[in-house]
Design a protein around this ligand. Structure first.
Ligand SMILES: [Mg+2]
Ligand SMILES: [Zn+2]
Length: 179
């Protein structure tokens, strides 16, 4: 099974320091829907793993998050793609949960649910937490420079072996050429 794990904000859609609190605020980044469509058409499974501490911060509720994800699924489908599942962490940094990235909990859950090893599974993110969670889960981290990524490339804590791409489209382009 070919699986790719994607972060959401700053990878698929525009990130916001004010959080994505409504379906209207969910706006795809240029080329991201096409990238997911290409993955789907090439037989890849696409699963999203996203920190959504806006829930813990009471900026939006679970019902709203579900509606935001319906919007995402619809736009992805309309572009010819598919997201198989969305895993989210609703906790805040003070909850000390095991799912909020950089913890590997969500990625481990994905592995358990899909009955696969994460060894070699690309996990694409725009923040250091995504990279750290991927490493901790045994997946293969990839950084994109959209969202927070343009700052993360300058971070001395970023492991220099992590592949960096301009955006999801170019990361997927490379995956599909290599696979
Ligand atoms: Mg992000
Ligand atoms: Zn959590």
């Amino acid at each position: 099974m070919k699986l790719v794990i994607l972060d959401r904000d700053g990878v698929i859609n525009e990130d916001s320091d004010e959080y994505i609190k409504s379906p209207a605020e969910w706006r795809p980044l240029r080329g991201s829907l096409e990238a997911i469509a290409r993955l789907h058409q090439a037989g890849w499974h696409v699963v999203v793993a996203t920190n959504q501490s806006g829930i813990a911060r009471k900026l939006f509720d679970l019902d709203t998050l579900a509606r935001i994800h319906e919007t995402m699924h619809r736009q992805v489908r309309n572009s010819g793609g598919q997201i198989d599942a969305v895993f989210f962490c609703p906790h805040g940094p003070d909850d000390h949960c095991s799912c909020r990235k950089p913890a590997p909990g969500m990625l481990n859950d994905i592995a358990r649910r899909l009955h696969i090893e994460l060894n070699g599974v690309p996990a694409i993110g725009d923040s250091l937490r995504d990279i750290q969670a991927a490493r901790a889960a045994g997946a293969s981290p990839i950084l994109v420079k959209t969202g927070k990524g343009s700052r993360v490339v300058l971070d001395p804590d970023l492991d220099s072996t992590v592949p960096v791409f301009n955006d999801l489209y170019s990361a997927v382009d490379s995956l599909l050429k290599g696979a």
